[in-house]
Ligand binder design. Structure first.
Ligand code: MLT
Length: 408
């Protein structure tokens, strides 16, 4: 008899975004004339920039000739991309990261979901609440949690509430935790963490032999140089932190797929007898066993992001999305909503009016204004009563969505 991994049965409903997709599809079927504006899932709308497209065309042509054709590449990524990442994302900001500490992959969702595999099942996981659901669900699937309660909180996970009162950056947990997921600029609240705040977490991890799994997928949206782009800007982080980055939002690669994870050679986990084991070799073993690398054409495209033209072209698109975020913030503030985020992140987090539940607000917005957003409750119990609007859309559509919100 084939036995199921019963941990999957603990998962609540469907994954958030397919669930929203189902509801929107049902509404659309019943109202075929409704012109729906999507500010829900953070999916980019602007096409790839010319520098990226040119690099892809060139790479495709190389694949067409015997002399330049490439078969399997290195599982960890081509040297040309790993070196460009190190030079531009780390060395230029004074951080010591080596090219062989970069693991190129097909997405930060996969990386943040997969990385937990290298840790023991007895570890205690700490997440912010609200949180990007992948961190929680993949730990549930692995069996690191108990069942969920009525609010959707799983037993054996330490939830760290992020509210307006703490500027959406959590306080240190009272009980010991081992695997700490942090995401800044934050999805979904759009909040950022200061160097001082991140230092508190790095010091905690050093003292408690914990690990920080730092999701920096939105760092390119930071507008103020005092805000850290990377956990490695904090002293000691190389010993206790793994960082995730992505080209998805930075360079419009949601459909192309390319990301990377940084595993410094100093970072360790411990055997039961207390012996430290470097995680670099362990992740390398896992990555090269289960993954055959990102396509050459895609990695050539990613490397073009770091060329002078690529940087300029991408900056323009990021500016466009951030102008959308400002449009959303200003329009909602005028309408009397309490709004957060959207200054260093492409997400605006708003308090639902008149104590409406997040999903109630979702339905109202969809049916009355034909605008799709993401219910805060979908990101965790502390997200109830909040709502997320994404700035990824064409400026005209964003302006129209804000106009329509006046009728709510
Ligand atoms: C989001 O909308 O939260 C993101 O697009 C999800 C993701 O990056 O997987």
């Amino acid at each position: 008899m084939i036995l199921l991994n019963e941990h999957f049965l603990k998962l609540k409903a469907g994954y958030l975004f397919p669930e929203i997709g189902r509801r929107v599809a049902a509404f659309s079927k019943a109202n075929p004339d409704a012109k729906i504006i999507r500010l829900g899932i953070g999916d980019v709308t602007e096409p790839l920039v010319p520098a990226v497209i040119e690099a892809m065309h060139k790479a495709v042509d190389e694949m067409a000739r015997h002399e330049t054709f490439r078969g399997y590449g290195p599982e960890q990524g081509y040297g040309f991309l790993r070196e460009a990442i190190v030079e531009n994302d780390y060395k230029s900001r004074g951080m010591a990261v080596e090219a062989d500490e970069i693991f190129v992959s097909d997405g930060a969702k996969c990386d943040t979901g997969n990385l937990q595999e290298i840790f023991g099942l007895d570890n205690t996981v700490a997440v912010t609440d609200p949180v990007y659901p992948v961190y929680v669900d993949t730990n549930v699937m692995a069996g690191r949690t108990g069942d969920a309660d009525a609010s959707g909180r799983y037993d054996n996970i330490v939830y760290m509430p992020c509210t307006a009162a703490n500027n959406f950056v959590p306080e240190l947990p009272r009980q010991p935790v081992d695997m700490i997921y942090l995401c800044y600029p934050n999805n979904p609240t759009g909040a950022v963490a200061t160097k001082e705040q991140l230092k508190t977490w790095v010091d905690y991890a050093l003292k408690n032999k914990a690990i920080i799994l730092y999701d920096a997928a939105y760092e390119a949206f930071i507008q103020d140089d005092h805000i850290p782009h990377s956990i490695y800007e904090i002293d000691g982080a190389r010993k206790v932190a793994i960082e995730f980055r992505s080209f998805s939002k930075t360079a419009g690669f949601t459909g192309l797929r390319c990301a990377f994870t940084v595993v410094p050679k100093e970072v360790v986990a411990y055997k039961k007898d207390g012996t430290p084991v470097p995680l670099h070799g362990i992740w390398n073993r896992r990555h090269s066993t289960k993954f055959n690398g990102v396509s050459y054409v895609t990695q050539a495209a990613a490397a073009a992001v770091y060329t002078p033209e690529g940087k300029k072209q991408i900056r323009k698109i990021i500016d466009l999305y951030m102008a959308n975020a400002a449009t959303i913030r200003q329009a909602l503030a005028k309408l009397g909503y309490a709004v957060y985020g959207g200054v260093h992140a492409p997400y605006v987090w708003l308090k639902t009016p008149a104590d409406l539940g997040s999903w109630e607000f979702f339905d109202k917005l969809l049916t009355k204004a034909n605008v799709v957003g993401t219910p805060g409750a979908g990101f965790g119990a502390a997200g109830e009563g909040y709502f997320r609007l994404s700035a990824f859309n064409h400026p005209d559509r964003v302006a129209e969505a804000m106009e329509r919100m006046k009728i709510l």
